[in-house]
Design a protein around this ligand. Sequence first.
Ligand code: ZN
Length: 441
Amino acid sequence: MKKYFITAVCATVFLVFGGCSSGDDIQQTPAEILYITADEVDLPSADFLRFYGETSGIGLPGGQASGVSFQIFREYDGNFDMNLVYPITPSDQLNQMLTDLALESINDFVAANTRGHIHMRPRTFSYNSDILSVVLDLRFYGEASGFTARHIAISYNLYEEKEIRPQDLFVYGVDFRAAFAYSLREETGLNGLEQFTFDDENIYIHMPNRTLTLPLNSLEGIWQSPSPPPQEIRPKMAITFDDGPHYRLTPILLDALAERNIHATFFLLGASAVAHPEIVERMHAEGHQIGNHSYSHSNLTRLNRRQVEEELDVTSGIIYDITGEKPTLLRPPFGALNDMVLDVSREMGMAVALWSVDPQDWRYLDYYATKAHVIDRSVEGSVILLHDIHEISIYAAIYAIDNLMERGYTFVTIDEMYRHSEIDLEAGVIHRGIYRDLTRR
Ligand code: ZN
């Protein structure tokens, strides 16, 4: 009897997954194999859960993540009544892992009983397009073992073809995981974190008779994303640095940007650029955008037209000599503008790039206030203003960048951000970031 049962499951698995190495008679075909969609699947109903002793079964989290289909297998051989739904994910490897674990559990039950019912339902959770969590809810009723329930959960990175372990989800060095697992074990007697799933809002800890839900936002500082979404689909912001280059600090910043594979926009002073051409060359070579911040950091509105033209023209010439490209962005010192300055910028083919996030780093020279301001105020499409001539600004920038990247943002040049948003940067026109530009119009 036992042997027949296992063969039947094996045949199912063979048909469903193309796997299973049983040498037994596969002619004993399974009763029913169906391809179905979510609408047709009877996910655990309240009745079913009550029947099997679930205490809080209504509104169980999870469902059918995109890219996953379900397959039903039903079989009654006179002794064991099976009603199994398998998830078919885009990963053969994940499918095989789930099948192996389910079979192991089913075989244990069959070995301990001569008759019984076996019920399996999957729920799937999607964190992003690459990361999928699956939990198999298994319910058993056997003559010998009575009612039992089990959850088998796997979280998986489809892109890397790799299982995600609890330790991948918590910031390195934080002992939260151990502490949490301990308190859960104390409370439930279970090694709680072993059976977990997660989506983009919560972690779910699966216990036989209930599911514990932990909102990700309650785990801030502890939780780390197992993989940020791909660069090209992340929301973009632009971080900008004025008044450089600085011979010592700017290279530290460039190293940090290169390490993170992100780009910034630098508004250079002509006088500093001509003093450190190798840094300007590096900025250009590494894909950063370079803008004009005048030669001497003068308030352009206090100069006459000829002086403004000279400040801007000399600076653009210096940048051109080093990089082979003339800047297309002007950021006037102090943001000081009048019609004449706008007119000159239009004549010189430069859009005026102001900002939407300004922590006034140069005024307060306060590392904590600067990073907090940037983190709190920046949103998709922001232009962040900092100065790479102050040490606190460099380290506040790096901290804020890491924090915002962990939340899914990426950093691009002003040019790229506008190109992506399909908004033109117009010469002689003031731009203050995507959101400000759109709301102003
Ligand atoms: Zn400045």
